[in-house]
Write a protein that binds this ligand. Structure first.
Ligand SMILES: Cc1cc2nc3c(=O)[nH]c(=O)nc-3n(C[C@H](O)[C@H](O)[C@H](O)COP(=O)(O)OP(=O)(O)OC[C@H]3O[C@@H](n4cnc5c(N)ncnc54)[C@H](O)[C@@H]3O)c2cc1C
Length: 396
């Protein structure tokens, strides 16, 4: 990807805006939030996200007719790079902005677009993704949550699991079986369901990091309007897969800028401790640096190309493995000290399980990294995709 002079002008504009606005109370939000740290300062990050929206810095890639900025792919990359470089806090609007919004722009009715897109853009309604169930993860077509029409409303019953940010979401896009007796992808519908109603119970799941950012979600006769189905009833599998295809994109380039900052910080630790003189650790740190160069090159090379699922899988494996390995390397660099969770323990006895603030950033990175080769499609599933799509091997 080559950046034009206009792109560089845009970069200067983004940089200047962030420098002028990530100040005052917002300055304290630098570095807050993101995977494994979603518990951090949610209310303040929501306020920041609305501040971004008011200045037109949300939904950059959406076409202008839908309230977006119609930004080119390179501008989106630049925005995310500059955003990460400035250490701006993780946005709370990502699921709506990056997953549901583009899905509605592609498949929604005019009424759905008019009803749901503006609150996503203004960050007045937050979304979560209700796909996975206890019996449907990698095998998503096995969804058992069911929904049926009752007059002017869908009635939804079933259980979702691992639903990120459901505890703060106003709405959920739910994959549900609407044709009784149907199997696999047939007979599923893509429903938009309000979370704040008596038929919805959200139960946080405690993670390895001691915090809870994903949840079990129980739908027990939950209701939503008959018009809140995206695409035709029964055509939800096609729409759900389209949302999954959107999951990669320009934001990845921002992610790797964040990775670079983490690597720089770790190098800084190594420079000032004995780790920096350990020949094996020096070798691993150099390899980590090379690995990140490769991730960035591959991401830039494949971004915006044909919608190639094998490329998306390669990139997912590259970045998740790299980041997971960085967490492991951090534990080695920090040595024995990394084995005690003590950062914010207060008076609690050392043998109690860690809570969110007990962990320092390296411990959190190490522990949360385990999730990265699972969510967005596990490593094994990515390998299967590469085997069939890129290598032409027979399906399992
Ligand atoms: C941090 C995090 C956030 C998440 N957020 C959301 C969310 O917001 N919304 C949502 O709907 N879901 C979410 N998920 C769920 C995620 O999509 C699933 O965990 C993932 O798809 C794997 O499904 P599973 O957990 O049921 O594992 P399973 O599918 O049961 O897999 C278990 C193991 O078997 C392997 N396996 C399964 N099938 C095959 C196969 N055919 N060949 C080889 N190996 C196989 C897997 O790789 C894995 O190692 C999240 C998960 C995590 C970790």
């Amino acid at each position: 990807m080559r950046f034009t002079p206009q792109d560089e002008e845009f970069r200067a504009q983004v940089r200047a805006w962030l420098a002028a606005n990530l100040t005052g109370d917002f300055a304290a939000l630098r570095g807050a939030g993101g995977p494994g740290r979603e518990h951090e300062r949610h209310a303040e990050r929501l306020a920041w996200n609305r501040h971004l929206a008011a200045a037109g810095w949300t939904c950059l890639g959406w076409p202008a007719e839908f309230g977006g900025r119609g930004a080119t792919l390179s501008q989106q990359v630049i925005f995310h790079e500059e955003y990460a470089r400035a250490g701006a806090p993780a946005r709370v609007s990502i699921v709506g902005e990056e997953l549901l919004g583009p899905t509605l722009i592609a498949f929604g009715t005019k009424e759905q677009q008019a009803r749901f897109l503006p609150p996503i853009k203004q960050v007045t309604e937050l979304w979560c993704q209700g796909y996975s169930e206890p019996g449907a993860g990698s095998d998503l077509a096995n969804v058992a949550t069911r929904a049926s029409l009752d007059g002017t409303e869908w009635v939804v019953t079933g259980q979702k699991v691992w639903t990120s940010l459901a505890h703060v979401a106003d709405w959920c896009f739910v994959l549900a079986r609407t044709e009784p007796g149907s199997r696999r992808g047939a007979g599923l519908s893509y429903l938009l369901v309000p979370m704040r109603q008596s038929g919805v119970t959200v139960r946080p799941i405690r993670q390895l990091t001691g915090t809870s950012e994903f949840n079990e979600v129980f739908f027990d006769g939950a209701r939503t309007g008959a018009a809140n189905v995206v695409g035709e009833p029964g055509d939800g599998w096609r729409i759900a897969k389209a949302t999954l295809a959107i999951e990669r994109g320009a934001a990845m380039l921002g992610l790797q800028v964040g990775f670079r900052r983490e690597l720089e910080d770790l190098l800084d630790v190594a420079r000032h401790t004995a780790a920096g003189s350990d020949p094996l650790l020096r070798d691993k740190l150099a390899r980590a640096w090379i690995g990140l160069e490769a991730v960035r090159a591959y991401a830039l090379d494949t971004l915006g190309g044909a919608d190639d699922r094998a490329e998306a899988s390669v990139l997912k494996i590259l970045w998740s493995r790299w980041h997971q390995a960085l967490g492991e390397l951090a534990m080695e660099v920090l040595g024995a000290a990394s084995m005690t969770a003590s950062a914010g323990r207060g008076g609690r006895p050392p043998q109690t399980p860690p809570e969110g603030d007990d962990l320092d950033e390296w411990q959190r990175l190490f522990l949360f990294g385990r999730a990265e080769t699972i969510y967005g499609g596990s490593d094994e599933i990515q390998h299967n995709i590469i085997a069939t799509r890129a290598l032409g091997l027979p399906r399992e």
